[in-house]
Design a protein around this ligand. Sequence first.
Ligand code: UDP
Ligand code: MG
Length: 321
Amino acid sequence: MPPEVSVVIPFYNEVGNVERLFDRLVPVLNGCTAAWEVVCVNDGSRDDTLARLICAHHADPRIKVIDLSRNFGKEAALSAGLAAAAGRAVIPMDADLQHPPEAIPAMIAKWREGFEVVLAVRENRSDQDIFGRCAARAFYWIFERLSDVKLPAEVGDFRLMDRKVVAVINRMPERNRFMKGIFAWVGFRQTGIPYRCPPRVEGESKWAKLRLFRFAFSGLTAFSNFPLRVWGLIGATISALAFAYIVYRLARTLVYGVDVPGYESIIVTILFLGGVQLLSLGIIGDYLGRVFEEAKGRPLYVVREVFAETDPVDHRAGVET
Ligand code: UDP
Ligand code: MG
């Protein structure tokens, strides 16, 4: 019989959080439902995380472990977990207790009321400095204007999704897994519940600022082709300005004759246009790289071993578990 609720958790070097997490999560799940499972994905941790997870699995077989062959990144690990989760409701959450398990009963209650997606909405951003907060706000502002998909604010991966929703996500073939965008793209009847996000319990965040920026940019280009199209507009504007300038120079030459050879105007034009062209070429290159990634069609992740009584079904074709 499939479990009613699956919790999916990616682990990457979280050795200090494994026991602490289950100590809090298991009682909460027991209180909510008779049939649950926790799908843990070990995303190539270099510490003892896997051993601890296997221990937890032996102690309670409802805790299942999927060991990936190397570190594939959180988004891929989450995809692996979602593909293996069998529950009628699936809840992805972080291992570092920034997503308090105590919020789960409220989410399940909303789901039982008939909502297909229950978002956990962060009431605070305790773990971010001013710079991070501003950057996040700027990202959402730009994303909202450039993309058709609306990203709900202050919402992370912590949410409850009905089986219907998970089935759609499992079928999405794209390799650039900007989960926030993917989650928002699928739609369905959504609602939210508030929660407080405490700072990370143990270890440190795996997000360097630069990596976060790259992530934001690739999320943007995955859900909007505005950066690709905008160059036509910029090119047209610059051409129009250049044309006006040519007319002005011609008229001037006709009236006043040739004065100092126009070194500045030529060099400025060349440099400016060269810069614009390189920039637009870079943007096109970014999309081309993305097409290349998708065209290769490699699996999102590779599973080394699964620790579960019954092998979890992988709903994604062509991936072995
Ligand atoms: N994580 C992962 N693979 C990675 C990086 C992170 O599976 O390459 C997991 C990590 O173990 C944690 C979750 O993703 O469970 C969130 O990571 P983190 O706390 O570093 O992100 P933040 O909370 O800072 O966004
Ligand atoms: Mg965290």
